[in-house]
Ligand binder design. Sequence first.
Ligand code: CUA
Length: 353
Amino acid sequence: MWASYHFLADIPFVAPIASKEAGEIDLLWWFLSAVSLVMTLLIFVGVIGFAFKYRKRPGVDPVPVHGSNVLEITWSIIPFLVMLVMFWWGAQLFYASQNPPKEAEEVFVVGKQWMWKVQYPDGNREINALHVPIGKAVKLTMASEDVIHSFSIPALRVRHDVVPGHYDAIWFRATVPGHYRIFCTEYCGDRHSQMIGFVDVLDQASYNSWASGGTGGSLADQGKELFTQNGCSTCHLINEQGRCPILKGIYNKPVELTDGRTVIADDAYLRESILQPNAKIVKGFDANVMPNFQGQLSEENVIQLIAYIKSLSPTAAPTPTGSQPAAGPAKKPKAVIKEAAAPAAAVAQPPQQ
Ligand code: CUA
């Protein structure tokens, strides 16, 4: 009882502004509020004023009032223009919020009754905590292990439902160092209110020292281990054609399917192909070769595997970078040329087997 009292007392009623987007979204919010206030005042003053002006008076006969085109056009056009401004302004902010910049650092968040599990490309992991550097674009790729959750950081003005079965994403660029709350904003069971955490926005030096504290391999290294453990490596060979497609160089590239469609090998496609391999069969391959991993792998495992597959396409994915510390700058252009000529034959990344 007392604990929950303190917890509530800790929640500020006005969220701090800790990202560039937060200020922009607030400005739109103030504009909408101001327009609502002005309209409300106009309507109330009009109703009260006219009620008084045209009140029933003894000895005065009411005269019917007929329409006025000028009046009707005016009160149609002005609100229309104001609403167009709202639409244009809101659409701009919405579009920006849906399109993370290419260079955004990717962090993975898995929602589960009742916690947020966070994975970083360099292999660090946390629960109910997120660390981000100041001034850098950070993209959160989010999945749910059970029911619908909603990930929200009010101080950064980001919120998105996290729906089981696919990936959802948000991004932000934090501008003010601090310690801000993370909430689940979708009722997800009896301990929904405890599905909370903190995001720490750190300056670059503090972030680097925090990030270097981790042990163990990168996310891609963890994925590589799973890839071997689950027997994937016996059919998906690295440099030659096995029973299943070669995964080198496929990330974010078009893939031809047996049914004639072409899809992009993005995170969603890879996730589906790991969990339900028969959903989309690559042209030239047979169905029912690969077992279903639905229920065998957690969302965190799938994220690790995708990070590994991504690391096999170093030129396609600028992030995560944690997995290729050995890649010298001189080798990068070579990889680009080779991959353009023959994606499957690019061997410019020796650390990847
Ligand atoms: Cu998760 Cu509410």
